[in-house]
Design a protein around this ligand. Structure first.
Ligand code: NAD
Ligand code: WQD
Length: 341
């Protein structure tokens, strides 16, 4: 089958990472169908992707846990594979509302896998997270590190990973790829699509960029007494467009491989909170006010990826450096100070 005749179902394709991945898929000749319930996104992001790609995109507003809706999409389309982004992702909220998180993230995936099996579509790329490494004993982290979860969100990712591993053990016709993202940041170079948190951001970079654009006053730096070069937390920030390309590579790798493989998707390079603040100031010309606060519960000192497996098996490598991440983030935030609203 030629790539341009391969149709991909993208659940959660209106969201932050999904929308950038849809751009990469279309640029690489895939056809796309989006399923999204818009619980954490806007239809406007699909319109913007259409603008970037110069093509229209089919989508359905529905819950991935709605069996009749998902069956209906499979009846009407011949999918080569599925990329499953649709999930809730706020760690703090998952602690407050565990049932809602397990229902959405685990039941949604179960429903999707069941319908895929019924329709003999057994290729899946799944959005997992570096959070499944819990509190790693050392860095860089390889895919064979022990897995654990410290909150219901992380547990939901680990549960879906385990379901996928069991599924392949039971039926080797499945072709399954688990991508464990480190810290996705930045935005498409056009400035048309980007991250648009519906509430006050939990993550560092959307918080910094909202301070930069004047929506928020001051960044709280959570702890400066970690065992890191400047005492602030170190993470592996990856440009969302690099991350999007990893999905294309993962799909291409499924061509030849049966199995259930997990891959770290990061740059392999760690930066501290204060390095991120300085890099954003350089790119934006804005001053970021910050104050040092106590550590945030559940944070680890350092987390960055060993990326050798994804480089070797997926023929993928992150290309954008820190300054480019900041320039693209600032272009998006300054052109869209209130996101898609
Ligand atoms: P996002 O919230 O921007 O995108 C998720 C999309 O899924 C949204 O458009 C939302 O409306 C949709 N959705 C949620 N539940 C749904 C349901 N039941 N049915 C249909 N659509 C539903 O989040 P994102 O940052 O783009 O994350 C995408 C995936 O990557 C998620 O699975 C997330 O857990 C995972 N992930 C994200 C990060 C990160 O830092 N952003 C890191 C690691 C893993
Ligand atoms: C990064 C650094 C904070 C906010 C989370 C999830 C992970 C994945 C990505 C989904 C840390 C510090 C942050 C702030 C700060 N998501 N910080 N002030 O915690 O590494 O990863 O998002 O799967 O699972 O855990 O990302 O951006 O929240 O924090 O000082 O206002 O910035 O302490 O050192 P994190 P983050």
């Amino acid at each position: 089958m030629q790539e341009n005749s391969k149709k991909i179902l993208v659940t959660g394709g209106a969201g932050y990472i999904g929308s950038h991945t849809v751009v990469s898929l279309i640029e690489n000749g895939f056809e796309v169908f989006i399923l999204d319930d818009f619980s954490n996104s806007h239809v406007e992001s699909i319109r913007r992707v259409e603008q970037i790609c110069g093509t229209s995109i089919d989508f359905l507003e529905a819950d991935v846990g709605d069996e009749a809706a998902v069956r209906g999409i499979f009846e009407a389309n011949d999918f080569y594979a599925v990329i499953h982004f649709a999930a809730f992702k706020a760690i703090g909220e998952s602690v407050q509302q565990p049932l809602r998180y397990y229902q959405n993230n685990v039941s949604g995936a179960l429903n999707l896998l069941k319908v895929m099996d019924n329709f003999d579509c057994r290729r899946l790329v799944f959005s997992s997270s570096a959070t499944v490494y819990g509190d790693p004993s050392s860095v860089p982290i390889t895919e064979s590190f022990p897995l654990s979860a410290t909150n219901p969100y992380g547990q939901s990712k680990l549960m879906v990973e385990n379901i996928m591993r069991d599924l392949y053990r039971a039926d080797q016709s499945w072709q399954l790829s688990i991508l464990r993202y480190f810290n996705p940041v930045a935005a498409h170079q056009s400035g048309l699509i980007g991250e648009d948190p519906s509430d006050i951001p939990n993550n560092l970079m959307p918080y910094i960029s909202q301070v930069g654009v004047g929506r928020l006053d001051c960044l709280s730096v959570y702890g400066d007494d970690y065992n890191t070069p400047d005492g602030t937390g170190v993470r592996d920030y990856i440009h969302v467009s690099d991350l999007a390309n990893a999905h294309v590579k993962a799909l291409q790798a499924l061509n030849s491989e049966h199995g259930c493989e997990s891959y770290n998707i990061g740059t392999g390079q760690g930066y501290s909170v204060l390095e991120m603040v300085k890099a954003f100031e350089r790119a934006s010309g804005q001053t970021i006010n910050y104050k040092v606060m106590p550590r945030r519960g559940g944070d680890v000192a350092s987390c960055y990826a060993d990326t050798r497996k994804s480089t070797e098996h997926l023929d993928w490598k992150a290309e954008y450096d820190l300054d480019r991440m900041m320039q693209d983030l600032w272009r998006w935030q300054s052109k869209n100070p209130n996101g898609y609203a």
